[in-house]
Design a protein around this ligand. Structure first.
Ligand SMILES: NC(=O)c1ccc[n+]([C@@H]2O[C@H](COP(=O)([O-])OP(=O)(O)OC[C@H]3O[C@@H](n4cnc5c(N)ncnc54)[C@H](OP(=O)(O)O)[C@@H]3O)[C@@H](O)[C@H]2O)c1
Length: 331
């Protein structure tokens, strides 16, 4: 019998989008705890850029991509929550979702509810579960209550537009930043209570103005280097900064005493994958997202779609801040 293969996107060295190659890879049978899934749609995420450039160092050669949806094609020993023919979606390590099909750990792969399309499933798993753990599990002392202000950077992006809607559903006053007036309007239309164009406005001053001089309880900062220190100045005493990304570069090392001077602040650097460490945790995180999407409280806005073979163009647009909402690749 001839060996099964699948097309996939791979890098053999870190660098620019041109390093991504479409290759044909062998496709085996799933081992214990694994499945084989045939992808219908693949999600594009900023973490894919960090892995491509080597900002996050993983062994080479590296098959890229952390998120997809598709149909379960084979099930390994010990996997009980999925069967052949199931519609499924995931955000999961290790990378390798930029492909027609793959063998992978089953732990974080979840059955996709019938009312959620493959496109939406691929677009929402990683960014939607990220918003879930940020707004509901990455909290300041005493938690967040309806009416509380939070600052959320890059509010018109993939994570951002989901956060605007989920925050509104929780009754939070989300102050969203974005890099153009059009992006600000988009964040506002998705539930941000206030928006700041940080390309031309001083966001610290505007946050102080909006909160009557008090500052916010939490800043969710995925922009990193460009915003981190200023984000600290937006917090009220005992406030929390959650730096969860590096779109503008990693936050440089800083003196922890700064947190004392600015009001006994808390700082955390969370990642989704700690929240997906077990099968049970993964399923809970996904079920909570499915409920938000199925109820219509969160709608997934797919503003860009590319063929898998055109992934370099997708990366270029994402890095050039040309995208809004979610982006998917069709294998
Ligand atoms: N830790 C985690 O668990 C986790 C999980 C998911 C995502 N993330 C992070 O969350 C962020 C958003 O992810 P996403 O996939 O939804 O991407 P995205 O927000 O759709 O795209 C990134 C956005 O960041 C803003 N940005 C600011 N400075 C930038 C720069 N120098 N270069 C490029 N973009 C810049 C841009 O919006 P403006 O033009 O409006 O500034 C851009 O559109 C990323 O930093 C990602 O790494 C973290």
């Amino acid at each position: 019998m001839s060996q099964m293969t699948a097309k996939a996107i791979r890098i053999t060295q870190f660098g620019g989008p041109e390093n991504m190659e479409l290759v044909e890879l062998p496709l085996g049978e799933p081992g214990p705890g694994e499945i084989r899934i045939r992808h219908k749609a693949v999600g594009l995420n900023f973490i894919d850029v960090y892995q491509r450039t080597g900002l996050y160092q993983l062994p080479l050669p590296l098959n890229l991509g952390m998120e997809a949806s598709g149909i379960v094609e084979a099930v390994g020993e010990g996997v009980t929550h999925l069967k052949v023919g199931d519609r499924a979606a995931y955000a999961s390590q290790p990378p390798g979702s930029y492909s027609q099909a793959r063998v992978m750990p089953a732990r974080s792969v979840c059955k996709l509810p019938d009312d959620i399309s493959f496109e939406t499933g691929a677009a929402m798993m990683l960014q939607g579960m990220t918003v879930n753990y940020l707004l509901r599990r990455t909290l300041p002392q005493g938690g967040l209550q309806a009416g509380d202000h939070v600052l959320f950077h890059a509010a018109a992006g993939g994570v951002g537009l989901i956060a605007c809607q989920w925050a509104k559903a929780l009754g939070l006053q989300l102050i969203g930043t974005a890099g153009s007036d059009e992006k600000c309007a988009l964040a506002k239309a998705h539930g941000a209570a206030h928006v700041i164009n940080y390309a031309k406005e001083d966001f610290v001053a505007r946050v102080k103005e909006i909160t009557g001089g008090q500052g916010v309880k939490v800043v969710y900062d995925s922009v990193g280097a460009d915003t981190f220190m200023k984000s600290l100045d937006c917090l009220r005493p005992f406030g929390l900064i959650a730096n969860f990304g590096n779109a503008s570069g990693k936050v440089p090392p800083f003196d922890i005493n700064v947190l004392a001077g600015k009001g006994s602040l808390y700082a955390t650097r969370p990642t989704l994958f700690t929240h997906l460490a077990s099968r049970e945790a993964s399923q809970t995180m996904a079920d909570e997202l499915f409920a938000m999407v199925s109820s219509g409280k969160v709608s997934i806005k797919i503003d860009q779609q590319f063929a898998l073979a055109d992934v370099a163009a997708a990366h270029r647009d994402l890095e050039a801040r040309k995208t809004t909402g979610c982006t998917i690749l069709i294998p």
